[in-house]
Design a protein around this ligand. Structure first.
Ligand code: GAL
Length: 409
């Protein structure tokens, strides 16, 4: 008996060590402060845009009143620059007292009262990237503090640390999160820091310990930034794409839609590509001033449904000829070993008018002899039934996309 009990305990310990926390069965959706609000701490001169409890409360209100929560965007997350410069007398993290006078437990309560989840940012090293206290040497206490505050989602960055220690450190912090007993989504920057330092990435460990992870450079508010990320995911898809699945996702970084750097076409392209990449959909925009066309992109139900497809298979770039790329993602409904597909035809060209593109269903891997029912997810149009031997013609605007769904008929 004793032996069995000891074995049972060992098994339990092993279970707690692994992340499998049952969370993020589909890519997380929500709002993350960084891209739009950065480290603006000047609440005296810029009260509406500084990192403060006001900003997160206002955003929580708008997530509900403007319909984002109803569509699945359910996390409101802080990024860098929320902490005070020093820990408190007990060594606990504390928020900046002037910008977060009510404290983070209260802020978490407010966010929860709206039916939303509360996200926080910290850093595995001695400091956050912007120089605020990091969690190194306080990991267990910080995990407990986050749980006390009602945190549901932690983004853990990796500045000011030795990347060689991350294979041990990221899982360690994850185990403290698990130990709190509170379900907390764990977003890691671990593989991005290993990649940038030329250290081999142990994907099995990343998948086991993180719900999502950054692979590549920070996004900034420009089309060049979006295409560099998309190209990275396409060029490295054999290594990256198979690691995504329910509970564990690649994170190409925030959506820029509604800010300053992307045109309307480019915004539609980012949304479509993030959907086929099974990427987290983390808006980073002023939800008060976003204009209707951009809001409509973020709220496109059919594209969100592709992103949130229950199979959780990340899409791939299946063809690249000149400026024209075709990305496909296997989605439901399925029949035997045949899938339906989301298809993005992406024109990276930046001159002239729309390009004419011919898609051959068979060469895209669509072999279902009864055919596919095709719809255009931006035009909200059913286009009809196509069989594998048929061709399909589309026009794609420069730096734009066509987004189609081919459902098994
Ligand atoms: C970067 C991170 C960004 C943002 C920033 C905050 O390392 O990739 O997403 O969190 O730090 O300082």
């Amino acid at each position: 008996m004793r032996g069995i009990t000891a074995l049972g305990v060992l098994f339990l310990v092993a279970m707690v060590g692994a992340l499998e926390n049952g969370l993020a069965r589909t890519p997380p959706m929500g709002w993350l402060a960084w891209q739009r609000y950065r480290c603006n701490t000047d609440c005296v001169n810029d009260p509406d845009n500084c990192i403060s409890e006001q900003l997160f409360m206002k955003t929580a209100d708008l997530m509900v009143s403007e319909g984002y929560l109803a569509l699945g965007y359910d996390v409101v997350s802080m990024d860098d620059c929320w902490p005070a410069r020093e820990r408190d007398a007990d060594g606990k993290l504390q928020p900046d007292a002037e910008r977060f006078p009510s404290g983070l437990k209260k802020l978490g309560d407010y966010i929860h009262s709206k039916g939303l989840k509360f996200g926080i940012y910290e850093d595995y090293g001695t400091h956050t990237c912007a120089g605020y206290p990091g969690i190194l040497e306080h990991m267990e206490l910080d995990a407990q503090t986050f749980a006390e505050w009602g945190v549901d989602y932690v983004k853990l960055d990796g500045c000011y640390s030795d990347p060689h220690t991350m294979d041990q450190g990221y899982p360690e912090f994850g185990s403290y999160l698990n130990k709190t007993g509170r379900p907390i989504v764990y977003s890691c920057s671990w593989p991005d820091y290993l990649r940038a330092s030329g250290i081999k990435i142990n994907w099995t460990a990343i998948i086991e310990h993180c719900n999502l992870w950054r692979n590549y450079n920070d996004i900034s508010d420009s089309w060049g930034s979006v295409t560099s990320i998309v190209n990275y995911y396409g060029d490295n898809q054999d290594e990256i794409a198979p690691n995504a699945g329910p509970g564990h996702w690649n994170d190409p970084d925030m959506l820029l839609i509604g800010n300053f750097g992307l045109s309307y076409e480019q915004s539609r392209a980012q949304m479509a590509l993030w959907a086929v990449l099974a990427s987290p959909l983390l808006m980073s925009v002023d939800l008060q001033s976003i204009t209707p066309p951009y809001k409509e992109i973020l709220q496109n139900k059919d594209i969100i449904a592709v992103n949130q497809d229950p199979l959780g298979i990340q899409g791939r770039r299946v063809s690249k000829k000149g400026n024209i790329e075709i990305w496909t993602r296997p989605v439901t409904p399925t029949s035997g070993d045949e899938y339906s597909y989301a298809v993005v035809v992406f024109n990276q060209g930046n001159g002239g008018g729309p390009s004419n593109v011919t898609l051959s269903l068979k060469s895209l891997g669509m072999t279902h002899s009864a055919g596919y029912l095709v719809s255009d997810l931006y035009e909200h149009e059913d286009i009809g039934k196509f069989t594998p031997d048929q061709h399909f013609y589309v026009k794609v605007n420069p730096s734009g996309v066509k987004m189609l769904r081919f459902n098994l008929s």
